[in-house]
Design a protein around this ligand. Sequence first.
Ligand code: ZN
Length: 176
Amino acid sequence: MLAARSLQEARLYVDLQPCDCGTTSPFDPEFAVEEHDGQSAVVYAGTCPGCGRERRFELAGVPAGDGFGGAEASSIIDPGEFLWVSDAATDQALSFATSPDSQGAARAAFETALAALDEVLKFVVPGATEVSADQIRSELGRTVYDANPDRFQVERLQQRRAMIADAQDRAVRANA
Ligand SMILES: [Zn+2]
């Protein structure tokens, strides 16, 4: 069974899986914890808004904790997907940051952008200078990787992280 490191990671995994019909928009699943042979499993089930098909995901019991996970890299979401999540959250944060009414949303999006980028960095094996291409396993991840493999260099990832943190600082100061 797939093993998420946190509920946040489990839910992100579900949101990143397109339906067989091609619909990629989230399908707002019901969440439940079930017992299977003495092991707890988290279950997300719901209806695809595109084709009406029932979709169901079961993942192994998830340890309590905040964020996407601990020091270990994810086993269910690849580094290309995490970079996509970080990019999307950065775009959201920058647009929220311009409005005084959406500062809370901007803060949350900046946190997600940084956390997702940290997840990409967890895939770098000790001594390596980049995320290796064979760690990319999903179609979305492959698309992000192929668009610009250089973005997966440690130096570029750290520059990107510093850029997001700087934008976050400026947004906080501008609205202080
Ligand atoms: Zn569908």
